[in-house]
Design a protein around this ligand. Structure first.
Ligand code: HEM
Length: 190
């Protein structure tokens, strides 16, 4: 048991096999098509992305000032780089799967231009909010964190300037995540 549950990849692999078994067990009632698999992948990556966003805002950032100086390197040198690896790639994969759902559903253009019915307008708003959040991750938070965590060379001034930039962008994403999630779970187009 310890050998199995101690192996992250093995646990994920068995979970994936079980998920595929469930997909086949319930099709044809729940059609096993690209839309169903994309929705599943989209929500999986969305949970990982938003889960790490909430971990950063509710746990790590408020706690770091209380962490003794000699222990901070445990977070900045080991935990945080892994957090930002899964944070940025789950953001990208959430965007790609979300776009694929809208394109395969033939409502991407209507959604982005707010020219469809109210549900299409709602998912359109959710998609624009989520795209702003993804841009914050890749173009503000991650470049700033690379300096703050010492992943790239940066002077003390550059690190000091990067910290509030990363915080403001992360808190903006926290704020936008609430209306974005309402749009995502309430549109129910496909
Ligand atoms: C953190 C970001 C995101 C989260 C947590 C998220 C979550 C969700 C959830 C829970 C659903 C409902 C799934 C269902 O009803 O089966 C959904 C649907 C959808 N999402 Fe996202 N989403 C995110 C970002 C995005 C992005 C960036 C896009 C595209 C640019 C997008 C496009 C869509 C589309 C098109 C749907 C289907 C709407 C429908 O069929 O009613 N999402 N999303």
């Amino acid at each position: 048991m310890a050998k199995f549950f101690g192996n992250l990849h093995l646990v994920l692999a068995v979970g994936l096999v079980l998920a595929i078994a469930v997909m086949f067990a319930f099709s044809p009632d729940a059609p096993l098509d690209a839309n169903a698999v994309l929705h599943w992948l989209h929500v999986f990556f969305g949970i990982l992305w938003i889960g790490l966003l909430y971990y950063l805002n509710f746990v790590q950032v408020p706690t770091m000032p209380k962490v003794p100086v000699e222990l901070k390197a445990g977070v900045t040198g080991y935990i945080a780089p892994r957090v930002f690896f899964f944070f940025r790639w789950s953001a990208l994969l959430t965007v790609l799967t979300g776009l694929a759902i809208a394109i395969l559903g033939h409502f991407a253009h209507e959604a982005f231009t707010f020219t469809g019915g109210s549900r299409v307008k709602m998912i359109g708003l959710g998609m624009w909010l989520a795209l702003i959040m993804a841009a914050n991750v890749w173009f503000i938070i991650w470049p700033a964190q690379k300096k703050i965590l010492g992943i790239i060379e940066a002077t003390a001034e550059e690190k000091a300037a990067a910290a509030p930039r990363a915080l403001f962008a992360s808190r903006t994403n926290l704020l936008l995540s609430l209306p974005m999630l309402y749009c995502m779970v309430s549109a129910n187009i496909t």
